[in-house]
Design a protein around this ligand. Sequence first.
Ligand code: FE2
Ligand code: FE2
Length: 193
Amino acid sequence: MLGLKLPTDPRWVNIVEKNIEEILTDHAYCEQKAASTAISLIVSFPEYTELVQEMVALVKEEISHFKMVHDKIIERGWTMGRDRKDEYVLQIVKFFPKGGSRTMQLVHRLLYAALIEARSCERFRLLSEELEDKTLAEFYRNLMVSEANHYTMFLGFARQYGERKEVDAKWDELLAFEAEVMKNLGTSETIHG
Ligand SMILES: [Fe+2]
Ligand SMILES: [Fe+2]
């Protein structure tokens, strides 16, 4: 349903389980970056009224996710650490060439956002199924549902604002590229690592 071409090896969860502090820290930043992305889309594409309205709602939702994760960090007696580099996102966003029409740039950013939501959703699903800590597993199950909705929304906007056939072709190419990137990941205790 998410279109991803390479599923994560479930052994990734074993790595994560050994370092919950690390995954929560990285996850907190993912939520914060999701909120920042929504704000950035509002600033860059203010004339897309429907998008702006949805992005306002998304900022609120993602920052509430951030707080939920931050609360988990506090509950466990930890203090949030510094931001980690997200190698996955850094590699993914190199796929589409820079430039092009305004619409094309918007479509590319929407497709990146859809992809990052899809992969996050897949990782959350694994955590929800495999984590031994059942409270944390339930926490990830709820977040998985939210991120699946975001994936659908971003892909829907890309298809709405771009030319449908072209967007679908680009999406397919991006998914294939992502599968290549993922071959070298799944080995660290970060949401996309
Ligand atoms: Fe989120
Ligand atoms: Fe999201």
